[in-house]
Ligand binder design. Structure first.
Ligand code: AMP
Length: 441
């Protein structure tokens, strides 16, 4: 089946051809006609299945065909997504797919200045892609006019709930028109997700595409015993071994401080690398990701939350420098490699303290994971002395302080929301300058 037979607008088909897509993926085949006919959709699909195009292509077509254009200040389609990276990625996709359609796309996410986002909300746009935290924050300041909204997309709804965004999502959706088409995408269909769909959707159709093959089955996994003090040495040893072909490597480290330290040591060995974690500014995160995609850096060091939404093709190796805190993240981490061909290599450094967790992990993924010594690695060597900066807190090195929690601002509070709510002034999505009575909606 071709894209041409799905009922998409000619401008969309031209953009799809530019992308080099020839055949729709299973979720696109199922979702595009359903969205076009106006039905609410529950899409059970993971990233990497082509789900962004599955909702974007028909929505662009519908916006082009609908008589009402975006009036000044109004938003026609709202896409909510859990992380800044995912928001940027979705917006880039929409821009690419709508390049011949002349539609406008704006984004709202934390960690960057509010000003351009406020200006974009004042101007209005066809698509607004936002994280719930920042959108609620701006809404509490009276920005955002959703009175003409026709379409709502909740992308990666399961992750948004995991990240505690439910109260923010509830507040946002309550402020939207009731007559709208709502599309919800999630990797799993839990009871919480079902409850969301009951609240927000009307007679939705569930589309579940064949799951992407389980990375735990398809990614080649190596687990090496490693004393904690030799982890960095082992990482260098692995990266220096040409035979391994480690040309594009994503390294997972448990803490932000640890990620910076690993990155610093790699740089000292002239290995081009960058770190992404929640204490890095949005600009720094985007630049690091772009440099990694372009091949300017060989290694990207990431914490788990910062890595969410990273959709980078061609990652040859994932290295678990630290065992994941949440064992479920193991599969998520190793699935970052081998996205296109579903093959890739994951290497995990396992300390004595991790052995108990390793046994638990084996039970979770239902597979024995052999953990042995790394051939050719000198286990008898002395651990290198720690540099003075390794003992300093980041603020002592002129960096920003670490926080115990990563991620977004508190979803309900936003920057001022909690305080305003407490004062009875909380007004999500009122027009700037207009005052609503009765406090929160
Ligand atoms: P997503 O699941 O939306 O994160 O998409 C995963 C990747 O698949 C992205 O890099 C898309 O550019 C790509 N993609 C989406 N649709 C197609 C298609 N029909 N053919 C080939 N690649 C696609």
């Amino acid at each position: 089946m071709s894209f041409e037979s799905l009922g998409l607008d000619a401008a969309v088909l031209k953009a799809v051809a530019d992308q080099g897509y020839t055949t729709p993926t299973p979720i696109q085949l199922a979702a595009i006609p359903t969205v076009l006919e106006g039905t609410d959709v529950i899409g059970i699909a993971q990233t990497g299945t082509g789900k962004t195009a599955a909702f974007t292509l028909p929505l662009i077509t519908k916006l082009l065909r609908s008589k009402s254009g975006a009036q000044r200040g109004q938003v026609r389609c709202l896409v909510l997504a859990p992380t800044r990276e995912l928001v940027v990625q979705i917006a880039e996709n929409i821009q690419a797919y709508s390049r011949y359609a002349g539609l406008t796309v704006a984004t709202c996410y934390g960690g960057v200045s509010e000003r351009p986002q406020i200006a974009a909300l004042r101007s209005g746009c066809d698509f607004l892609v936002a994280t719930p935290g920042r959108l609620l924050d701006l809404g509490s300041q009276g920005h955002g006019n959703f009175s003409a909204l026709e379409y709502l997309v909740l992308d990666e709804a399961d992750r948004m709930l995991d990240m505690g965004f439910l109260p923010a999502i509830n507040t946002i959706v309550r402020a939207l028109p009731k007559t709208r088409q709502t599309l919800l995408f999630s990797a799993t269909l839990s009871r919480e997700i079902e409850s969301l769909t009951h609240q927000f959707q009307r007679s939705p159709k569930t589309i579940e595409v064949g799951r992407r093959s389980n990375p735990a089955e398809t990614v080649t996994q190596f687990l090496y015993e490693c004393p904690g003090a030799l982890k960095q040495v082992m990482l260098h040893h692995l990266l220096k071994d040409e035979a391994q072909g480690m040309s594009m490597v994503l390294v997972f480290v448990r803490t932000k401080h640890g990620a910076d330290r690993v990155c610093r040591k790699l740089s000292q060995e002239d290995i081009p690398c960058a770190a992404i974690h929640a204490n890095r500014s949005q600009g720094q995160r985007q630049r690091a990701l772009q440099a990694f995609k372009n091949g300017e850096i060989r290694v990207l060091v990431a914490t788990d939350i910062a890595s969410r939404g990273i959709d980078v093709d061609g990652i040859t190796h994932v290295v678990n420098f630290d065992f994941p805190d949440q064992l479920e993240d193991y599969v998520h981490r190793i699935g970052r490699t081998g996205r296109a061909l579903a093959t890739g290599t994951a290497i995990t450094l396992v300390t004595r303290e991790d052995f108990g967790e390793l046994r638990r992990l084996e039970r979770i993924i239902g597979k024995h994971l052999h953990c042995g010594k790394l051939k050719g690695f000198d286990y008898t060597q002395q651990a290198p002395p720690r540099a003075p900066e390794d003992f300093q807190r980041p603020e002592q090195r002129g960096g920003r302080p670490q926080h115990s929690q990563e991620g977004h601002q508190h979803p309900q509070g936003g920057r001022f929301g909690g305080q305003r709510a407490a004062q009875g002034q909380y007004r999500p999505f009122g027009r700037p300058g207009t005052r609503r009575r009765g406090g929160p909606r």
